[in-house]
Design a protein around this ligand. Structure first.
Ligand SMILES: Nc1ncnc2c1ncn2[C@@H]1O[C@H](COP(=O)(O)OP(=O)(O)O)[C@@H](O)[C@H]1O
Ligand SMILES: [Mg+2]
Length: 236
């Protein structure tokens, strides 16, 4: 379980996140919704320790450690010329001695086996030896999720992981994130651009407006108030 309490972020003089409390249970997929600029990415970065923030972040009651959080981004960060398997192996880098990290070919066999298991978990074992940049966008994002699994982090934070994908691939990736939350007991927080995706896949929804949480509850609740000025592509 990830618990963030009183998260406050300043960019220069400007406070953009105002003491946000948010928690994600193990086994739960939490969707964070909000208009552009409402602070979704800032909340995710602060929770991950990527931007300086006041407040407290704990995982299962303990202070967040450097390997406790795996990240999945909108723009897929894979090494394109490397195989899917090599990319997944890099999830394990944080727990390998430094010299191992220099040459992906030297990933120890147990790491390669674990990475293969992670690729199986996301349904891509048969593509393990393909170059990452030869895969579709949805497949690449599933490789990124496999890499997160290979990190063995109890918490996965994803910032609009499906925004660059076509609708069918987006559904598939969110189904996968929900399934991993439920079966692996991961705490998964994902920022989503589309409320209808949250309604279909999330266990709970948190809504941000102007850097503050304005709703927190079941995925079916009305979210129109989050988008006062927005012309939604897919009105809910
Ligand atoms: N690196 C930055 N420096 C200064 N201001 C920023 C920076 N990143 C985001 N902001 C501002 O912080 C607010 C929240 O941004 P962000 O968290 O990216 O929102 P969202 O992800 O919901 O679109 C916005 O007003 C944005 O302009
Ligand atoms: Mg953002």
């Amino acid at each position: 379980m990830l618990t963030a309490t009183g998260l406050t972020v300043h960019y220069g003089q400007r406070e953009v996140l105002h003491g946000v409390d948010v928690s994600v249970g193990s086994g739960e997929l939490l969707a964070v919704l909000g208009a552009n600029g409402s602070g979704k990415s800032t909340l995710l970065r602060a929770a991950a320790g990527l931007v300086p923030a006041d407040g407290e972040v704990t995982i299962d009651g303990r202070r967040r450690g450097p390997l406790d959080i795996a990240l999945v981004f909108q723009r897929i960060h894979l090494v394109g010329r490397r195989s899917a398997l090599d990319n997944v192996c890099t999830g394990a880098l944080g727990r390998l001695p430094l010299h191992r990290s220099l040459t992906p070919a030297l990933f120890p066999r147990e790491v390669r086996e674990e990475a293969m298991g992670c690729l199986e978990r996301v349904g891509l074992a048969d593509r393990a030896h393909d170059r990452a940049d030869g895969l579709s966008g949805g497949q690449q994002q599933r490789v990124a999720i496999a890499r997160a699994l290979c990190q063995r982090a109890p918490v996965v934070l994803a910032d609009e992981p499906v925004s660059a994908l076509d609708p069918a691939a987006a559904e598939q990736v969110l189904e996968l994130l929900a399934e991993l939350a439920h079966t692996e007991r991961l705490a998964v927080l994902t920022v989503l651009h589309q409320p209808d995706l949250a309604r279909r896949h999330a266990d709970r929804v948190v809504g941000l407006r102007d850097g503050a949480v304005v709703l927190d509850g079941p995925p079916g609740q009305p979210v129109d108030s989050l988008y006062p000025h927005a012309l939604l592509e897919t009105p809910s």
